[in-house]
Design a protein around this ligand. Sequence first.
Ligand SMILES: NC(=O)c1ccc[n+]([C@@H]2O[C@H](COP(=O)([O-])OP(=O)(O)OC[C@H]3O[C@@H](n4cnc5c(N)ncnc54)[C@H](OP(=O)(O)O)[C@@H]3O)[C@@H](O)[C@H]2O)c1
Ligand SMILES: *[C@@H]1O[C@H](CO)[C@@H](O)[C@H](O)[C@H]1NC(C)=O
Length: 317
Amino acid sequence: MVSQAVVNAFAVVGALLSLPLLLRFLGFIWLYFLRPTMIHRYVHGGYPYAVITGATDGIGRAVASELYTRGFNLILHGRNEKKMQKVVQELLHLRDPSAQGVVRYFIADATKPGHDFEKMLEPFKDLNITLVIHNVGGSNGVQPEKLDERPEEYIHNLVRWNALFPLLLTRVLLPQLRRSAKHGPVLVQFVGSLASDISPPRLPIYAASKRFLEALVRGLDNDEQNFGPPTGVRFTYLAVGPVHTASMPQKPGLNTPTSEQFARAIVQRTGCGRRRVAPYAMHAVSTFVVGGLGERTVDYYTAQEMKTLIDVYAKGE
Ligand SMILES: NC(=O)c1ccc[n+]([C@@H]2O[C@H](COP(=O)([O-])OP(=O)(O)OC[C@H]3O[C@@H](n4cnc5c(N)ncnc54)[C@H](OP(=O)(O)O)[C@@H]3O)[C@@H](O)[C@H]2O)c1
Ligand SMILES: *[C@@H]1O[C@H](CO)[C@@H](O)[C@H](O)[C@H]1NC(C)=O
């Protein structure tokens, strides 16, 4: 006979153990279904600007449209000036002429060394920048080569593209961001990848470059918030799963939003106060499931999936 006291004790322990899970679930419902967007809070001061890198296609371009229609002026970055001018023209048509904002841009190949970031941002140095979306980056698809089959230059390019370009851009922008933060909230968001959580085979450099951003976000946020008087400049790492874009051939579906759907999700989650957030609800669910499965299982299935993906990319080229 188990006494009632023991049963009660187990019930209490069970309830306590499930409490974190319950809180997490409630946090999920709040973040993705109930919380109103805070994006308007970043439209403050005289002529607020958002900076978006890699803004001529995919996620970056969709985020640019979303922010422009919500009243931001834009400073866009791309590598192809012709394509950029087309994007700027299309954006300007999104708002009626009486409410038209300003869309400016700069051009730089993020994989290349030797940029003069100060000079690059000189034309924008008096502007009130309140939001930065470091979106540029990528993995060049998924290829079969291992690390020792890559030239050194390839590795430098990949790390510059995903990690150093956003880092060095942030370095030059910081004083200006602190200035804007005197009038209202300022946020710097880095587009990361769920690949960095699981480091799939054949993508270790890409995964590591995105992990770099996650560590950077926490460190920079600590720098600005917890060492001396808070400056008000905040940082967020965006945990991004599959999104259907030019560089991602997977078809749109429940777990794979279009760039437009994903851009709306970024805007919805902006300013939620988390240092790491998956803008898209299904990507948060994936992270949760992956966390519960254990590393061995995840690694096994990821390796199978990578074989399929390598074939998909090989056929697409
Ligand atoms: N799509 C996904 O499934 C997925 C998943 C996880 C994370 N992400 C991350 O999301 C971000 C955007 O990805 P996306 O799928 O939207 O890519 P995308 O459709 O290929 O667009 C990338 C944008 O960046 C620009 N760009 C590319 N390489 C550049 C370079 N070397 N220098 C300057 N600009 C460059 C492109 O310019 P052009 O227009 O001239 O090509 C374009 O504007 C990346 O950081 C990626 O790692 C994507
Ligand atoms: C930036 O915002 C401040 C505060 O609202 C304003 O006084 C200043 O004129 C703005 N600067 C520009 C260049 O718009």
